[in-house]
Design a protein around this ligand. Sequence first.
Ligand code: HEM
Length: 312
Amino acid sequence: MVWTETLERFPYPFKEDVYRYSNNSVPMENPISVEMNSRYVEEIKLKRQLLSDHPERCFQSLPHSIKAQWEAAALVMEQLAGAYPETFSLKKNGREWTFQNKTLNEMQSFTYGDTASLDHEPLDFVGRHVQEDLILMMQRDGDLYLDAGQLCFPANWSLAFNLGMKFRQIHHPIPGFKEEGLDSRILKFLLRLESGVPWERKNWSLMAGDRLDTSLETFDEWGKLRKTVTRDNAGEFVHLRIEVQKLFRLPQTHSILFTIHTYVISLERFCENPEWKRQFYEILKELPPHITDYKGIGRYKGAVLAYLEEQL
Ligand code: HEM
């Protein structure tokens, strides 16, 4: 699942030599909620396998989210058909719609708004055609609630645990987020999000190994790999994990579609860009313990720094 495309296409996340939590959201240049790349078929196969093996882990929804799910699914299908017409098409005849995925050779006709006309709930249906994880935040009483989501590639969190939670509750585990008032500032920003003006941000982390499914529920399988990182294997074994996260306001239900596209690259490959290598070394060396610990890097940070120093 590692990066095989040119480095120029890799979503490099850093702006400065020092990293701190902030609202690093920016207006989107190319306003599309989902993106296809050369890993498409492989990742869709993996997603569908995870959904079939672990349905509760990978899809959760509350009954009142159905209307917003339809609106989110429509946005994604329309954008897919618009951006990738050689792969996707969406034909509408009133409420009778047909969605076609030519890469997977699949065609689905359904009645828009009638969930019984699909095999899955709308968000779960459309999520099976995109590499992104899809989260639906519904807005009411001046707050945002995680009321539905399809999540196959989480960075160490649990959808089943977070279902129904408010934005600030979800972000409660992040050290300093509440104390610095960041959670309230970001919530305020999100509550004001306008339809037609989508935003995006990048999140980053390091991981031992390259698996996309790093759910909280499977921590015992992948967390222990952190103990096996050494200066000698770090280049191949340690991966930088980037999430490109996009925020779209859905005008009818006034909810927010939050999409997460996860990219993974080995340190070795990442270091082929000398400026990235230099900047990431500076960032990691200076990273305060509360962020290092939260991201789970503490145990092998020394080995990674030693590897990077050797490369510089
Ligand atoms: C509105 C949709 C969003 C959802 C559903 C969401 C969800 C999450 C979740 C589940 C986590 C992991 C928390 C844990 O440890 O259990 C997280 C982490 C985080 N979120 Fe969000 N988030 C959203 C938007 C944002 C925005 C707009 C920002 C803007 C700055 C943000 C900043 C962060 C940061 C900095 C972390 C810590 C990540 C790390 O250090 O690796 N989130 N988020």
